[in-house]
Design a protein around this ligand. Sequence first.
Ligand SMILES: [Zn+2]
Length: 453
Amino acid sequence: MYCLIFTTLMLLSPVLCTKTSQDGIIFNKYHNHEQMLKVLHDTNAKCKDITKVYSIGKSVKGRELAVIAFSKSPEFHQPGVPEIKYIGNMHGNEVVGRAVLIDFVQYLCIEYLKGNKEILEFIGNTSLHIMPTMNPDGFAIADSQEDWPKDYIKGRYNANGVDLNRNFPDFDKVVCEFKKNSHLGYFRKYVAIATKGLVLQPETTAIIEWIMDKSFVLSANFHGGDMVANYPYDTTCNGKSREYNASPDDRIFRQLAHAYSNGNDHMSKSTGCSAGDNFKDGITNGAMWYSVSGGMQDFNYLATNCFELTIEMGCEKFPPPSDLPEYWRENKHALMNYALQATCGVKGFVRDSATGEGIPRAVVMLKDVHHAVWTAEHGDYWRLLAPGTYHVMVEAQGYENSVYYEVDVPECTPYSAVTLDINLNKETSYETSQRYKETMKHLRDALKAIRED
Ligand SMILES: [Zn+2]
């Protein structure tokens, strides 16, 4: 009330009338680019042992694509610790994810300093990278409109007028045309098909290099304009505008979508915001909702190890700032619930049986789920899986294939991943063939010597 009177008397914008928590987090305010960067750097200064701020590149207009990482060793990947990422504001005018991630960054640091057990355990066992905006130029355009409600489209695209969520190599095309369901390790020959006619934007290129560089396990990409957790595949294979298109990992993707939606009391009851939406429990297969090609979510799944969902945070793309505290309240648990999914399934190390050294880029496969993941730089891997019995095998260049190991994956509770370490023996066929060649050479030399006698 005090706030309202003050605003009316002084004719100030309601944006200046901030609602600050006891901890100093301002919940009902949009941060412009510089203010957002300041939050990241201030958080880093407060929590310097467990955070790192870095940039993965620049937007068309030269704004930093800034990330803050939380982990007990934020400078480096710790062997055996899963890497998670949250990306907001890919469409510049869909701003709730951006605002909620800026809150989340501050919340994690404050709760860590307070000694919150859940946060201490989370930061001790995972590595979370948060990018509040992937499209700072689009946000600046959307935010520059003074009137409410804001235009429905203005600011969606990057500064070159490109929809970033249609700008990724289209490996769905490969899945549809060639019925291949693995990852880029097997897809190299299809890269030309997936990238045909594509003009990559600087924001997209930066994201692709980031995803290929880090061994991300789990990700969420935050949007707005509807309310649902959307999982792969995003594209129909028959050209229809909507039809369920299940990936080989449909069961775990549904579990991941439920993990987000169940953590958000509003989303879990959402049937959708638009005519034609008919979501159940606030989740949907992407292609069942509407077919999208060149999206970031399916690129993550098909080209890398990372399982990503597209989270639609609410019906309004750019709600008034006074609604933001409620969005924070709704999403706070969902953000934690979802990230903890990275600690379920199967994890372990693939090592050389003679030296004990981890083997990077070993391919971890399952008998009945036709989608492989590969090991990270220290031979560590994570395979997100729904509860059930699976048969896991590993192959790596220069090594004999492992046998199939049977693994029982339990219901997901935090940090419940089953550990399966696999040792591989060096392939001997190379040495055998060398010996064979040498033997043949001796034989030829001997025969030659006999003939010359
Ligand atoms: Zn969007």
